[in-house]
Design a protein around this ligand. Structure first.
Ligand SMILES: [Zn+2]
Length: 303
């Protein structure tokens, strides 16, 4: 298994911005099998009576409709118009988070599966961009719209407090209606690729691969080429599968960096989702700068 900081590096490399706020705080233990079970049962969380002894009925779930950046376009008909229902977190959810022993990705899956209502798309099948958005919305719906964090001025190094509204201050780029998957790219060298978007399960595969025995025998950083591989559906019309994966990795490694740049560019051109860049004004000096809204520590923990 990778140390937590390596996991963060693996994520940072993705051109598709798979932010994973909880990974940094969690030592990966092993892929949690409980997640799959939770995801299956989470299609609809049964309404429980809070306490018959104390004569307290379960309060009505506070449900919000959110529209995912993908607009549901790549989920077949499982999420029409990308509208998803989420409920607010309960103390039990917090308790589960506090005691969770899996890695950060599994924790996010558990959270999403528990707090989505009547959702037909499993958390592992969700696009990374949607997942980031859902986490932000879960946070806003449960704890409020205000997000406070600290920023540092690049000129005078002054650290200052900044507050934003989750619903108003993030720019969301929606996936265009005519988006198809896979989408084609022919490199200048003639190789034809069909490319795809990354799902939560791809990110998990990348982290697992980077921590696997096989990867440890490789030179360099195994996650680097494996992440590129996860974007590829087929090469010259031949589907990339478990059986030809090693060949595909070899081919990726043999590409010239200029070819890789073409690949990167094509993937980035399709990017969508939540924009974390924000214009800031240092309160202590005249410097205006563009910063990235950080994932705060304890995003869902001690708030
Ligand atoms: Zn300053």
């Amino acid at each position: 298994m990778l140390p937590a900081e390596n996991q963060a590096q693996v994520q940072n490399r993705s051109p598709q911005r798979p932010y994973n706020p909880l990974v940094k705080q969690q030592q990966p233990v092993k892929p949690a099998t409980q997640v799959v079970e939770t995801a299956k049962e989470a299609v609809n969380i049964p309404v429980m009576e809070a306490s018959s002894v104390f004569n307290v009925q379960r309060l009505q779930d506070r449900i919000a409709d959110i529209t995912l950046p993908s607009k549901g376009i790549l989920y077949q008909d499982k999420m029409p118009n990308g509208i998803m229902k989420i409920r607010a977190m309960t103390v039990k959810d917090k308790k589960l988070i506090a005691g969770f022993r899996g890695d950060g990705t599994s924790l996010i899956e558990m959270l999403i599966s528990r707090m989505s209502v009547e959702c037909k798309v499993l958390p592992e099948d969700m696009l990374l961009q949607d997942r980031v958005f859902i986490l932000l919305q879960l946070r806003a719906h449960s704890y409020g719209d205000r997000l406070a964090f600290k920023m540092t001025c690049p000129s005078c190094k002054n650290e200052f407090d900044k507050e934003i509204s989750i619903s108003k201050d993030f720019d969301i780029k929606y996936l265009p209606e005519d988006t198809c998957e896979p989408y084609d790219l022919e490199l200048s060298n003639g190789i034809k690729f069909a490319l795809k978007f990354l799902r939560a399960k791809d990110e998990k595969d990348i982290i697992n691969y980077a921590g696997s025995k096989k990867a440890k025998t490789e030179n360099g950083d195994p996650a680097y080429t494996y992440r590129i591989l996860k974007h590829i559906d087929s090469i010259n019309g031949i589907k990339v599968s478990q059986g030809n994966q090693i060949e595909a990795l070899k081919l990726i490694e043999s590409l010239e960096v200029a070819d890789e740049k073409e690949l990167d560019k094509a993937i980035l051109a399709k990017d969508f989702g939540t924009d974390f860049a924000i214009e800031l004004q240092c309160p202590a000096c005249p410097r205006q700068f563009k910063g990235e809204i950080p994932w705060i520590e304890d995003f869902f923990r001690n708030l």
